[in-house]
Design a protein around this ligand. Structure first.
Ligand SMILES: [Zn+2]
Length: 329
């Protein structure tokens, strides 16, 4: 991203994804599926974090760029293709049903120099969102984007960016995992413990994506939380999840947590074993990313300045080593 900006150009979703994946490989595994014209722009990818014991979390991901239009920072969540009255955002949330996973965005946000004029009007405990470490490649639930668009479409990009988490840090055991306090009382014991106690690996990824969604839900005057049980998903880690919608378009807990599984789906096993997944998977995706050993402990080499091992250190936002000192002018 920095390279393109320095050369007077602008980074794009497809290229940024290819650079990210090729740089993070072989720590992560990925497979690209044959792109047709429709897929070239806005093809969704499936990402799966897989722990050593097979617990895993799946996410349907669409790549987006944080852009400066005039003086306004924005993310194009409500793009419509000609002749289709549905927005990309609503299509992404619906498309996640095919795989029974959560929908999210991966945001390419450039470096801190690129974001220098981004001002967010929300509270910050520590550093403003534009200056966070490693936030150049970050992720946020599609339900956060849906809410941001419905509350204030013009400001939805900055608002979603505020709630985005660095992809590199998302499962970091070194970061604080504050308890999530659910609105509803009397949740199933395993789900209640998941929310309140620190988590690792794929469970942690699910929890970090859920965190801003639950905060939004806790701020909604949508009546008492419904405790009716959502339809169960095969191999889901949590079988008893409340069917509460709040003001979201889908039951948010069920949507966020259905991709958290006790068993790796066959098509993910295919990717890990070098086989081509079946057509019902490959026909609908740009590709699949698998992050194995998602719960592996942080090693000294990976820890760096607090960064953690989902991706190698020195990726987005980290200072790059200078060129060959012998070449210094
Ligand atoms: Zn902010």
């Amino acid at each position: 991203m920095t390279g393109m900006l320095e050369a007077g150009g602008m980074f794009r979703e497809v290229t940024a994804t290819q650079v990210l994946l090729s740089t993070a490989s072989p720590r992560i595994r990925f497979v690209e599926f044959a792109a047709d014209e429709e897929k070239e722009n806005g093809a969704d990818w499936l990402w799966w974090w897989v722990d050593r014991d097979g617990t895993c979390f799946g996410l349907l991901v669409q790549a987006k760029i944080l852009k400066l239009n005039g003086k306004r920072w924005s993310i194009d969540f409500t793009y419509r293709t000609r002749g289709d009255d549905r927005t990309q955002l609503s299509k992404l949330i619906a498309a996640a049903n095919r795989f029974h996973v959560a929908a999210a965005y991966v945001l390419y946000c450039g470096d801190s120099e690129y974001r220098a004029t981004l001002n967010c009007d929300r509270a910050h405990d520590d550093v403003p969102c534009r200056a966070r470490d490693r936030i150049g490649v970050s992720t946020v639930s599609a339900l956060v984007a849906e809410t941001a668009v419905s509350l204030d479409a013009r400001n939805s990009g900055v608002s979603a960016f505020h709630d985005a988490v660095s992809v590199e840090d998302i499962a970091s055991p070194d970061r604080l995992d504050a308890p999530i306090v659910p609105l509803a009382r009397g949740m199933a014991g395993d789900l209640d413990r998941f929310l309140r106690q620190p988590q690792r690996g794929s469970r942690r990824v699910a929890k970090e994506l859920l965190r801003p969604v639950q905060r939004i839900r806790n701020g909604q005057f949508a009546g008492a939380a419904v405790m009716e049980r959502a339809a169960p998903v095969t191999s889901a880690l949590f079988e008893n999840v409340p069917n509460d919608y709040g003001h979201f378009s889908v039951p948010y807990l069920a949507h966020m947590l259905r991709g958290l599984r006790v068993e790796v789906p066959d098509y993910v096993r295919d990717v890990l074993d070098g086989r081509t997944p079946p057509a019902w998977v490959t026909d609908h995706l740009g590709g699949i990313v698998v992050i194995p050993d998602a719960d592996a402990p942080t090693t000294a080499a990976q820890a760096g300045d607090g960064g953690v091992g989902l991706l190698p250190p020195g990726l987005p936002d980290a200072p790059q080593p200078s060129h060959d000192p012998g070449q210094a002018a």
